[in-house]
Design a protein around this ligand. Structure first.
Ligand SMILES: *Cc1c(COP(=O)(O)O)cnc(C)c1O
Length: 362
């Protein structure tokens, strides 16, 4: 590279994000439980809508996303004018960082927070500030103590990834209330739909000026390959995000699929119930084998082992059995493995493999 041609400050600090692996050498019938994908797949209505949209691909998509925002408004009771649609919810979080933080500013998140948060901070030259959790649960006091005049954004996922734990509405409200005046709270609700009756922070967004929530089509809606997410926030924040996004950021196919997916509430409900059933069974069976986990509110569990050596050995044993889960040492959890809740057969296969690893006949 020519001398003097340099990227913006922070960019070379970024360690590339590693997605969940999907292949194992020499193993057929691989079970991928490393990316929190929906084992039941997208709704049929979403697939049909996407297929129909293929016929109109000579035309540009809409730039206002009106039909999708209206569907989201109908289903989630949010004000359509304050819904923002992005290329996955990661895009919404990244645009928030671009719009509100830069060199000299701080972005606060917790020690086991989503590994994209430091990337968003570095990408805009801001300083990531990592605060401790309390036994794998977000600690509001620790976050508030870390916030100061330079803090522009606080990112928390609720439920958390990879912990699967949540904090309650009163705690989230206390966090929003206690932030400095220039700080925006971003509530990442990637797993919100797995929690029955959970508003993911909607009421807080409606009652305050400093809270944004993000949601995704990648998890319960089974559309990770389509790249659609959305945000809900104060009008002023949504107006800012709309200025800096690409005008045609979402394809015709993605818009059609997402609209049909959000309207197919029967499929969403079926996925939520099936996930909870399989998750609770798998967590219970693993606990009986001496592998505990915190009560998960999402579509994965964080299995805890005696130490890093045992976690790595179990990961190796699972790989030999054709099962790919997620190592989370990079999240400060070296003694844990994050296991996505698959369908019932997948959960049985995991429990069987871990029983064999533990030397228990099952
Ligand atoms: C999966 C996930 C997302 C969603 O990413 P998309 O860009 O919407 O696919 C966001 N936050 C967390 C914590 C996640 O686990």
């Amino acid at each position: 590279m020519a001398d003097g041609i340099e990227p913006q400050p922070g960019i070379l600090e970024i360690a590339l994000y590693k997605g969940g692996e999907s292949k194992l050498d020499g193993v057929s019938n691989v079970l991928k439980l490393s990316s929190n994908e929906n084992p039941l797949g997208p709704s049929d209505a979403a697939k049909e809508a996407a297929a129909r949209a293929l016929h109109g691909l000579n035309r540009y998509p809409t730039t206002d996303h009106a039909a999708l925002r209206s569907a989201i408004s109908d289903v989630w009771g949010v004000d359509a004018d304050r819904v923002f649609c992005g290329v996955g919810s990661g895009d919404v979080l990244k645009l928030l960082a671009e719009a509100y933080a830069g060199p000299g500013d701080e972005i606060v998140f917790t020690e086991h927070g989503f590994s994209m948060y430091p990337i968003y901070a570095h990408a805009v030259g801001a300083t990531p500030v990592v605060v401790p959790e309390r036994e794998r649960v977000v600690d509001v006091d620790a976050i508030l103590a870390a916030c100061g005049p330079k803090t522009k954004l606080v990112f928390i996922a609720n439920p958390g990834n990879p912990t699967g734990t949540m904090i309650g509405a009163a705690e989230v409200a206390r966090l929003a209330e206690g932030l400095p005046p220039q700080t925006l709270l971003a509530l990442d609700g990637a797993y919100a739909e797995f929690v029955e009756g959970f508003d993911a922070g909607k009421a807080l967004v409606d009652s305050r000026e400093n809270v944004v929530m993000t949601r995704t089509f990648s998890k319960i809606y089974g559309l990770g390959g389509m790249r659609v997410g959305w945000g809900y926030g104060p009008q002023a924040v949504i107006d800012v995000l709309n200025r800096i996004r690409g005008p045609f950021n979402l394809s015709t196919v993605a818009l059609a699929a997402a609209e049909a997916a959000v309207r197919d509430t029967a499929h969403t409900e079926k996925c939520r119930i099936e996930n909870a059933r399989c998750r609770d069974w798998m967590a219970g069976a693993l606990a009986e084998l001496g592998v505990p986990s915190d009560t998960s509110t999402a579509n994965f569990i964080l299995a805890r082992f005696a130490d890093e050596t045992e976690a790595n050995a179990c990961d190796e044993a699972l790989r030999k059995a054709g099962i790919i889960v997620r190592k989370v040492a990079g999240y400060g959890l070296p003694n844990c493995l994050r296991i996505t809740v698959g369908d019932e057969a997948a959960c049985r296969r995991v429990v069987h493999a871990i029983a064999q690893f533990k030397g228990v006949r099952k």
